[in-house]
Design a protein around this ligand. Structure first.
Ligand code: GDP
Ligand code: CA
Length: 301
């Protein structure tokens, strides 16, 4: 079975792990968000692609929820001691990957090529493709002003309410993205933050058009459990920008693009424009992620 998965970082990566244990990984293409990407200390960092890479390689830190397991922070301690830029946490092991990626990008290699090379070096069988090789950046509109994504999320601790999101950059799909969508038996939208993880992928006009013109089922998984985000600001954003946190509000983020929404048992019933699939969506461990992926694929069959 061939599956194309649209994914943000942590929620998407957790789901991706379940997916590649439910189907042959060789048939899976993960299309990752790059709206969060940033330059830190001269290094090109792609947080969502890295969450996916680390999760699929089994190198991720379960407890922290991001970055690598068995991480240390010596380099960042030195940066702090020297008065350098230390607001964005980069671990020692993690830094190694950013060094390799940055060098490759500087030498002219596209992000998609570097990412494929990293995935291969980490022994990952699934394809991991950035939504675009072009520069695409998420901006967050708040009552306190407009901020680049990471400045709002990390530096300001996403404390500002969000009035809107905006995507800077004219972007074409990276090589492999449209092919994966066209060749898929099922398209899946991961339980990621709709506004800042999935919308930046859909901001690539040709990707949105491919989803709108799909010939196979597209199933989204809600990132909310009982109307609350498992982690992060998705619930607050939905409440403020969509007017609520029910499955209907989540489905509204993907208007015309999905055929079914997978929601948790604890979420309210109520009208829904697409098919509703009710199950346990909390991915407490790999088994839970795999069961969720199996339910999603059954819904797409
Ligand atoms: P980020 O880029 O690291 O913020 O990651 P994503 O956007 O991919 O994932 C963040 C979203 O994942 C949040 O809105 C969480 O509510 C959701 N999430 C995390 N773990 C789970 C889970 O176990 N089940 C469900 N349904 N959603 C989850
Ligand atoms: Ca992210």
């Amino acid at each position: 079975m061939r599956v194309a998965l649209l994914s943000g970082g942590v929620g998407g990566a957790r789901f991706a792990r379940g997916l590649v244990s439910a189907v042959d990984p060789a048939g899976v293409t993960v299309i990752g968000n790059v709206g969060d990407d940033l330059d830190v200390l001269g290094l090109a960092v792609s947080p969502d692609l890295d969450s996916i890479l680390y999760a699929l390689a089994g190198l991720h830190d379960e407890v922290r929820g991001w970055g690598r397991a068995d991480e240390s922070w010596r380099a960042l301690e030195t940066v702090s001691a020297l008065g350098g830029e230390d607001w964005f946490r980069l671990g020692d092991r993690d830094l190694g990957l950013h060094l390799v990626r940055t060098q490759a990008l500087r030498s002219g290699e596209p992000l998609s090529t570097v990412t494929a090379r990293l995935a291969q070096a980490l022994g990952i069988e699934a394809a991991i493709v950035p939504a675009t090789d072009d520069r695409l950046r998420t901006w967050i509109e708040t009552p306190a002003g407009s901020f680049p994504f990471q400045e709002w999320f990390v530096a300001r601790g996403h404390r500002d309410e969000v009035d809107g999101v905006r995507f800077e950059g004219e972007a074409q799909p990276a090589p492999g993205v449209l092919e994966a969508l066209a060749g898929a038996d099922a398209i899946v939208i991961a339980p990621s933050n709709p506004y800042v993880s999935i919308w930046p992928i859909l901001a690539v006009a040709e990707i949105r058009a491919a989803l709108a013109a799909r010939r196979v089922p597209c199933v989204a998984v809600s990132p909310l459990v009982g109307g609350r985000a498992v982690k992060g600001p998705a619930d607050r954003m939905l409440a403020r920008m969509a007017g609520g946190t029910t499955p209907e509000h989540v489905a509204g983020c993907y208007d015309g693009l999905i055929d079914a929404l997978v929601v948790d048992e604890s979420d309210p019933a109520g009208p829904l424009a697409v098919r509703r699939i009710v199950t346990q969506t909390l991915m407490t461990d790999l088994d839970a992620s795999r069961r969720l992926a199996e339910t999603v694929l059954a819904a797409a069959a």
